[in-house]
Design a binder for this molecule. Structure first.
Ligand SMILES: Nc1ncnc2c1ncn2[C@@H]1O[C@H](COP(=O)(O)OP(=O)(O)OP(=O)(O)O)[C@@H](O)[C@H]1O
Ligand SMILES: Nc1ncnc2c1ncn2[C@@H]1O[C@H](COP(=O)(O)OP(=O)(O)OP(=O)(O)O)[C@@H](O)[C@H]1O
Ligand SMILES: [Mg+2]
Ligand SMILES: [Mg+2]
Lengths: 259, 259
């Protein structure tokens, strides 16, 4: 099983949209895919019709084990999305209390590594959707992943935010023995505005081959898809947005960004 | 001094943009305004040219006091934005560690209340920009504010997220003796898409007078303004975005949503 994390401390850049739509294209190729919602706000779980406020079986249970009691097994919290080949480990709003609860307790950085090991025979890909904060959940996702995807909006402040994120990543990668590769993905690209074109050029200059060679364009169909609870690859496969994520997936599976 | 908090657990809905642009219009009326960046990712501080990774004087210092040692005084961390009448209490990435550090320590819920009391003679308005997470920082902002602004994107999942946010707010308002009023502000409204029109109608049906009667439209000038480090009221006062925030401010100061 390959494990991809999707993270950025900046809010609203398209993390959940990226995870759901890449998963949508992976299952179209007949692959078995696990989506993991690690955001206490639970937009991905809401996307599939769940309510994170009342979700009894969630990623939160995975963190409740301790030395003697192993905690809930990941297989017990799997939720079937109804889409062939696509399962979900849902979020719960209780995840927002983890940082306070776990405080400086050791050893909570490997909960997701253990959970993914339990499921590695069941799936071909696992996509971990992170909350917009550097806390215990993102640290767990970065410890478990083999490849990191960084959605970034093509605008000035987002590029400044990415610089900060990269500094944090260097620290985390150094602390891990086996490290992960990463791909920066420009999202919500509006080719009509000068600011977007300038920002894309700046990103290309600064990050070179770490940046995916294309972009995800603005497409209002993403919002409609979230209402239907379907990835765009199923709801509108010939839309601009769907084709862009298909191209991203191809480049992650075969090309320069091989993940 | 009136204290307004701007919060929503969903990322990227326009919290920072709302805080900066309301402040921009307040100072145009000759009022003295304090912006407070409580987001560890520090987009507001970056907007004014600061780097949250290397910010020695920040909101983080306010939380370092304990029983015997009062911590840094808020007046010592004030930063002058260079815009007449507008000062900033900057963010630091160290804020991301607060939840883990403070864990279940009592009494850390009133740090912002105390800091605002120290500054209440210096300013007419204080605008607290929250991170996209229900943690110690948002709890502090909600304890200190007299009025809460909730930016919400006009789309399906954002409305579901607002329902969860409102449930959380009911809990927090019940725990506080003196409560706060709130106004829901539709942001990034794109009148060309059907999904936005439908969502706005749903919001109006669900929230009635708790929803501001107008909307903040999509305006690409917001992105340009963030590059210049200026509110739109200064950079492009006759733009759609600037006029919309001016109308919101008028309704908060005088009309139905009086804050
Ligand atoms: N390429 C795109 N074109 C248009 N809208 C988009 C695009 N990508 C995402 N969106 C919309 O932007 C909003 C934010 O996207 P999303 O929720 O995926 O971001 P996020 O980074 O996961 O946010 P959070 O920080 O809250 O987790 C959603 O309403 C989504 O439908
Ligand atoms: N009305 C608008 N029209 C167009 N772009 C907008 C509008 N409001 C905000 N934006 C842009 O959308 C992005 C997100 O806005 P902003 O950073 O203010 O959201 P936020 O809720 O503060 O995000 P976070 O959850 O990370 O704190 C920014 O690039 C901003 O310039
Ligand atoms: Mg998300
Ligand atoms: Mg913000």
């Amino acid at each position: 099983m390959k494990i991809w994390a999707i993270a950025n401390q900046k809010g609203g850049v398209g993390k959940t949209t990226t995870a759901v739509n890449l998963a949508g294209h992976l299952v179209k190729q007949g692959l078995r895919v696990l989506l993991v919602d690690m955001d206490p706000h639970g937009s991905m779980s809401a996307y599939f019709g769940l309510d994170p406020d009342s979700q009894e079986k969630s990623v939160y249970q995975l963190f409740q084990g301790n030395g003697t009691n192993p905690g809930t097994a990941a297989t017990e919290i799997l939720y079937d999305t109804g889409i062939d080949g696509l399962q979900l480990l849902p979020s719960s709003t209780a995840l927002a209390t983890l940082d306070r609860q776990l405080g400086t307790q050791e050893g909570k950085g490997l909960v997701m590594v253990n959970a993914m090991t339990q499921l590695e025979q069941e799936f071909d890909y696992a996509l971990l959707d992170c909350p917009p904060l550097l806390g215990i959940l993102m640290v767990n996702a970065l410890a478990a992943c083999g490849h990191l995807l960084l959605p970034v909006q093509t605008e000035f402040l987002a590029i400044k935010g990415l610089e900060r994120m990269m500094r944090t990543l260097k620290m985390i990668r150094r602390a891990r023995r086996n490290t992960f590769e990463y791909t920066i993905v420009p999202t919500m690209f509006d080719r009509r505005t000068r600011a977007a074109l300038d920002s894309l050029r700046t990103l290309r200059e600064q990050y070179g081959s770490e940046l995916w060679e294309s972009v995800i364009p603005i497409d209002t169909k993403f919002r409609e898809a979230s209402k239907q609870g379907l990835p765009l690859s199923i709801m509108a496969p010939s839309s601009r947005g769907s084709k862009a994520y298909e191209a991203l997936l191809t480049s992650l599976l075969t090309g320069r960004d091989k993940a």
